[in-house]
Design a protein around this ligand. Structure first.
Ligand code: KG4
Ligand code: ZN
Length: 345
């Protein structure tokens, strides 16, 4: 399969509200990364409408793929490998990408790798940091997933702790909704938080057993807003956003550090949409002063994109994982491989 162009992987991502297709050389060199975002379409509904998302993926996927091929300066015939997100995500949205990828792989007669979206987020770091290699501690923070894992080898994960209810990105979006901010709320809260001070004390998201819970924090913010409204007290939205952000992030960073210490690992790797947050990036960066190596994707690879899926597919392929066949189906509740290891807590 190798040639002087290296291995060219086409990555296809349609798990939620972004249709994205990318061409990546040898797992970490991005030749093109086209993202058609549906955010303006869903914003009027205050969140993603699954049926609308599926229909929009169908409308644009072929054009997005053509653009990715043209921008990469190649032809479809140059593609060596295809990777597609098959979970976790919205079932209808996933099925669009999976069906398209299966047809294309069959037509081009190239292997197809079924990529776990969460694993894809982590692989965004291999694009940004070419020398990054396990072992490291992964802090994954997205709209649907929040977990800390031990990564001992590429493609081998042991989940150490995770959220027991909402994901951190989901909490950002719900709090933004309480404040009447547009969808997706995370970037809106981020902007306001930078102009405020964390003056309000909200509860920690850390549970005693080492997991996280975001429902208590979300309720505390809702109660604070209700109390202000009932007593006609003006809400300082900037301070509220800074305070919420601090509570939502501090527990994650502190826990990632204690996991790193427990396993005598100095490298911590951030990924997922919330790793675009200004405060989490600042807090993580400060850890370098204590001797930790901190890795995070470039901002454009934090949220959903085809490049991270192509990168993941490449490493799965070269590490000998079996390609998918035509029976590949969408798996909306897919988890990261690796078991929950209680003894490590
Ligand atoms: O990883 P992602 O693109 O999709 C999932 O796999 O879920 O993450 C989307 C989430 C949303 O909840 C969004 O509000 C959040 O990431 N997000 C942010 C920021 N940018 C995106 N949250 C906080 N600060 C940001 N700058
Ligand atoms: Zn994602």
């Amino acid at each position: 399969m190798t040639n002087d162009k290296g291995i060219l992987t086409l990555g296809i991502e349609t798990s939620c509200d972004e249709t994205s297709v990318s061409v990546v050389r040898n797992g970490n060199y991005v030749l093109s990364n086209v993202v058609a975002s549906q955010i303006p379409i869903h914003r009027v509904f205050g969140g993603v409408v699954p049926e609308v998302a599926s229909r929009n993926h169908i409308d644009v996927i072929d054009d997005v793929t053509r653009q990715a091929i043209i921008q990469a300066g190649i032809t479809l015939g140059d593609i060596d490998l295809i990777g597609v997100t098959y979970g976790a995500g919205l079932v209808g949205a996933l099925l669009v990408g999976v069906s398209y990828a299966k047809s294309l792989a069959q037509a081009l007669n190239v292997p197809l790798m079924a990529v776990n979206h969460i694993e894809g987020h982590l692989c965004a770091n291999y694009i940004t940091h070419h020398t990054l290699a396990p072992p490291f501690i992964s802090l994954m923070t997205s709209g649907g997933h929040t977990a800390i894992s031990l990564v001992e080898h590429k493609n081998t994960y042991t989940t150490l702790c995770s959220t027991v209810d909402d994901a951190v990105g989901e909490a950002f979006d719900k709090v933004a909704r309480l404040l009447g901010l547009p969808y997706p709320g995370g970037p809106e809260i981020d902007k306001l938080a930078q102009q405020g001070q964390p003056k309000i004390v909200f509860p920690s998201v850390l549970l005693r057993n080492g997991n996280f819970s975001y429902s208590g924090l979300k309720t505390a913010v809702a109660n604070y807003i209700n109390k202000c409204n009932m007593t006609n007290t003006p809400i300082n939205r900037e301070d509220l956003c800074a305070s919420f952000t601090k509570s939502a992030i501090d527990g994650l960073i502190d826990r990632a550090v204690s996991c790193a210490n427990k396993f005598s690992i100095r490298s911590i790797v951030l990924s997922g949409g919330v790793s675009a947050n200004t405060y989490i990036r600042q807090r993580a960066s400060q850890l370098t002063e204590q001797g930790y190596n901190i890795y995070m994707p470039q901002l454009c690879y934090c949220t959903d994109n085809g490049a991270m899926i192509a990168s993941c597919a490449y490493y799965m392929y070269i590490y000998g994982q079996q390609p998918a066949d035509l029976s590949l189906n969408a798996c909306p509740t897919l988890k990261l491989r690796g078991e929950y290891v209680k003894k490590h807590q």
